[in-house]
Write a protein of this length. Sequence first.
Length: 184
Amino acid sequence: MELSNVPFFAQHAYQSAPASLAALFTLQGETVTPGMVEKELRLPEREEALQQNLAGVVNRHGLLLYPLGDQLEDLLVQVAAGNPVLVHMRQGYGWLPSWRYALVVGYDRNKQVLLLRAGGIRRLPMSFSEFESGWEGAGHWAALLQAPNQLPAEADRSRWTQAVDALAGAGQADAANIARKQLH
């Protein structure tokens, strides 16, 4: 299973989050570049607040940042439903690991392999165990970028409501109202 329609932008220093977001915004029909998203995220100056800024940028674009659970199966369910998953992960070991955002765009259960859009690689295969180790090192952070009229697979009411409230808090009342109606 692979979402081959997910765009790819090669990532450079401070661009793993901007490149991943640019691909997801492009998938939603926006015309953006990693450089444009990097400016919105105010990188590299605001790297320490990147996850909070990430949500704000997504919401200002009229989209929801929907957090996922902390099990690999939560990610696989979304990919199987056609939703690429934004993840944060640690790469490398020892006293100087690197931190990266990437997109999970496919998997093979039989081979126990995920396919990622990461770094300069459009189709990076990674074993489930290697991924889970790096993902655990970054706190199991994973999320979807969803249009207000597009529920995730197996949507959790509480998480969806929190994402909708954040969207409304970013001044996107019309989009939030559309999103609220999705659960009824």
